[in-house]
Design a protein around this ligand. Structure first.
Ligand code: NAD
Length: 378
């Protein structure tokens, strides 16, 4: 993939970070910055004054702002982490880039492919870094799975299956979420509710695992209860020998063990020599090693369980934040680039369009945005 995001010219030996948006997911992302020995969280901005002040106190930041332009005018802020509602990312990223700040923005980058491209082009023109923070790309079991696949541990990959189950949990994390953080996700400020906001992680995963484009999508998308679910999609990769499928299910009467949201994901990859299974992501539903690898030949059948790795879902957030700081300091291009983020959006909208039309869709044909049939008031 050719990066569109600019490689920023960063010469300092520490990163002074401003955090924009101190809502539900902010602590999970800021933890990686606070733990980094060459990053200082110096400023916080949230339109909710109390949230901004409380977050600044927790993170030891001296600057507290309720107006984005005021934070961006601070010369002592080198880079920002944008954690505002998705429909505001476009304005906030463009403002930060115009102010000469390096930017890490939470997924999804934008609500349309065209906006994502414009944001990438603006960063490139300004000579600053724009990356999208995607915690699934930094979750240790998935990183390990990607490396094993690339190293040929399962031979030639033939099928990938990405399952998401949303259920119930009594985790204090979920109980502590503010309800207003859900309003903008589930109304016409979002192109697809949960299927958009959460599933972009899984579309990103489908592309990243094999570093290959998906050239055709078929899908059935139903609307039930709160979210768009169930949903099933089939992906054809550039390599005609590789197919993918994605499933999203809502199990409102099923409780699961989780330290975070009441959800879990499973990733299965079949190759012509073996099989690999990531058994947990967001939750801890199954008592299994976080990853399992099966290889068999005529002499030996071998199953390896990888129980020794860090499989705490929070680690993906921390590592993603640290990756941004490390890349700025090293002068390298961090993932995910704006161009990669645009591909993720194209895949998401291709699922909606295929579900709407009942016809295969090439994600690369989508430049705007698509909503699933029945998405209210859009
Ligand atoms: N990586 C993940 O797994 C993950 C999980 C949840 C959310 N997210 C993403 O993170 C982003 C934030 O999600 P959230 O759940 O924290 O939402 P939220 O609504 O809880 O928090 C957003 C915060 O932004 C503040 N805000 C709104 N407008 C602002 C402005 N103009 N200037 C400054 N602050 C402003 C709000 O007051 C709020 O506190 C979204 O893009 C979401 O998709 C990522």
């Amino acid at each position: 993939m050719t990066p569109v995001s600019a490689k920023g010219s960063f010469t300092a030996d520490r990163v002074r970070l401003g955090v924009i948006g101190a809502g539900n997911i902010a602590d999970m992302n800021v933890a990686g910055y606070l733990e980094h020995d060459r990053c200082d969280v110096v400023a916080v901005c949230d339109t909710d004054k109390d949230l901004a002040a409380a977050a600044a106190a927790r993170w030891g930041a001296s600057g507290v702002f309720t107006n984005l332009d005021d934070l961006l005018a601070e010369p002592d802020v080198d880079a920002v982490e944008i954690l505002t509602p998705t429909h505001l990312h476009y304005d906030h990223v463009l403002a930060a880039v115009a102010a000469g700040k390096h930017v890490s923005c939470q997924k999804p980058l934008a609500n349309t492919v065209a906006e994502a491209r414009e944001m990438g082009a603006a960063a490139q023109a300004a000579g600053v870094t724009l990356r999208v923070s995607e915690c699934f790309w930094h979750y240790p079991p998935l990183e390990r799975a990607k490396k094993l696949i690339a190293d040929g541990a399962i031979g030639q990959p033939t099928n990938v299956r990405i399952r998401t189950i949303v259920g119930q949990t009594d985790a204090p994390f979920q109980a502590g979420l503010r309800a207003d953080g859900y309003v903008w996700r589930l109304n016409n400020l979002s192109p697809g509710g949960h299927l958009f906001d959460d599933m972009v992680h899984k579309y990103a995963l489908a592309l990243w695992l094999f570093d290959q484009d998906i050239v055709s999508v078929q899908a059935v998308v139903r609307r039930r209860d709160l979210f768009f679910e169930p949903c099933q999609a089939i992906f054809e990769y550039e390599d005609p020998g590789l197919l993918g499928s994605m499933e999203v299910s809502y199990a409102p009467k099923m409780w699961m063990r989780s330290s975070y949201y009441g959800a879990d994901e499973f990733v299965e990859v079949q190759g012509d020599e073996g099989f690999l299974w990531v058994t947990r992501c967001t939750g801890e539903m199954l008592d299994l090693p976080a990853m399992m690898l099966y290889r068999g030949d005529e002499k030996e059948l071998a199953m390896t369980g990888y129980s020794d790795m860090d499989s705490d879902w929070a680690t993906g957030f921390k590592r993603s934040s640290a990756h941004f700081v490390d890349s700025l300091l090293a002068g390298t291009l961090p993932d995910m680039t704006a161009e990669e983020a645009a591909k993720v959006l194209q895949l998401c909208f291709a699922v909606y369009q295929a579900g709407n039309s009942k016809l295969p869709v090439d994600p690369r044909s989508i430049e705007g945005s698509v909503t699933p049939t029945g998405w209210a008031d859009w």
